[in-house]
Design a protein around this ligand. Structure first.
Ligand code: AMP
Length: 395
């Protein structure tokens, strides 16, 4: 199964997947492939230490940036930094398939800060799905640009817009924000997107899952044609490829592993052998340790049916899938966070934005369609250093 080989490469794993998909390999999960492979593969996944080709001392980055990086104790570039910094410094557009934890923030900040240091007329717009991520990027920006007289404004909802007006008047080189507030500031003529010759769309898959597609399209349509565009996403489904193609010109592709897979997750399978799956699930959910459980189903229809069945059995359930509104999804997630429900049922598409820290168990009630989906599902547990459990039902 060389197509599942995870590793650092300049390659573009999505292409491999398509090649296999076109042979129908993943079309009927559970029928023409062995789902055990997912589990075994992830168990065997051991992070190999990456040997970079470049070093922070020889990257042609600004000297103060270099000093700031080294004084932060980074001794060598991560895979994405090693592969992405040089093309970005050359002005290329870039697609980075990388999750948080790979060092992607520094990968785009170091060349962009360098670019601004060389030409103070450059402006950089960084768009993120969440306020937290925007704030995190600003913190990193401040550390890498220390002592350079370079400024940033955080443009996020839930914070005073008047303060943002004032900060924008000081013409910062970097604007970091969430799509809704960025559009709001543009509409109020406080932010002129036509001036931003550099743009980063970060965690694009999450932005789309959170319903920001129209804001993103609008933001991109207002940017100057002549610009450098950087695009980061943990996954690359077709919906995202479409956004990508309209956004970038001849991009360099860099793909790295997440480095987080399975390390804190105990994985196992449950053989259903033709027994009633709902009954098996019931027997698990009555165990005390199954206190915050995410159950994945393959279709909206299946998830609905399971929800009705489990509610009838007296379980506290919420569900999210493509037919639910953003409001319903937010409410369901909040119920799980606050322990108002024990179980959240989800389909793969709806699960992308799930950010609940202490999920005890992920149950793959239906086998996922691809290794990427499997990894994504089980990555919802075992977070923040806690141990999680992932169970996959296999007939
Ligand atoms: P990110 O994927 O950008 O969220 O970064 C994940 C974490 O890795 C952050 O805490 C960074 O400070 C850290 N980090 C990024 N690049 C390096 C590096 N080259 N060496 C050591 N730590 C790093």
């Amino acid at each position: 199964m060389s197509n599942f080989k995870r590793g650092n490469s300049n390659g573009f794993r999505g292409q491999n997947r398509n090649r296999y998909q076109s042979r129908g390999r993943f079309r009927n999960p559970g029928l023409d492939m062995n789902p055990l492979m997912f589990v075994r593969k992830a168990e065997n996944f051991v992070e190999t230490s990456y040997t970079p080709v470049n070093s922070f001392t020889d990257f042609p980055i600004d000297e103060t940036v270099r000093k700031n990086v080294l004084s932060r104790g980074y001794d060598k570039p991560t895979a994405i930094q090693d592969q992405a910094i040089l093309p970005m410094l050359k002005g290329r557009d870039l697609v980075g398939i990388a999750d948080t934890g790979t060092g992607k923030t520094a990968a785009f900040l170091l060349p962009l800060i360098t670019k601004v240091a060389r030409d103070r007329n450059q402006k950089v717009l960084i768009v993120t799905p969440t306020r937290e991520l925007a704030a995190q990027i600003q913190d990193e920006f401040k550390r890498f640009s220390a002592g350079m007289n370079m400024y940033s404004t955080l443009c996020i909802g839930g914070a005073s817009i008047n303060v943002q007006f004032r900060e924008l008047e000081r013409r910062p080189n970097f604007v970091i924000g969430t799509p809704g507030r960025i559009m709001d500031l543009e509409n109020r003529r406080r932010l002129n997107l036509r001036q931003y010759q550099n743009v980063v769309l970060d965690e694009v898959d999450r932005m789309l899952d959170m319903g920001f597609i129209n804001d993103i399209r609008e933001i991109v349509s207002l940017l100057p044609q002549d610009r450098q565009s950087l695009f980061f996403s943990a996954t690359l489904p077709d919906k995202i490829k479409a956004v990508m193609q309209s956004f970038l010109v001849n991009p360099v592709m860099v793909q790295v592993k997440t480095g987080t897979t399975a390390q804190n997750v105990d994985q196992d399978i449950i053989r259903t052998r033709g027994r009633d799956k709902v009954e098996i699930l019931h027997q698990l959910l009555i165990k005390q340790e199954f206190s915050k459980v995410l159950v994945f189903g393959r279709t909206k229809w299946g998830v609905n049916k399971l929800e009705i069945n489990l509610v009838r059995r007296g379980f506290k359930i919420a569900s999210i899938h493509g037919n639910k509104s953003q409001g319903q999804r937010t409410r369901a997630l909040k119920q799980l966070k606050n322990d108002e429900v024990q179980v959240l049922l989800a389909t793969d598409v709806a699960s992308r934005g799930i950010d609940v820290q202490d999920i005890t168990h992920v149950i793959n009630y239906d086998v996922p369609e691809s290794y990427d989906d499997y990894v994504h599902r089980i990555g919802r547990t075992g977070r923040a250093g806690k141990k999680g459990v992932a169970l996959t039902f296999i007939d």
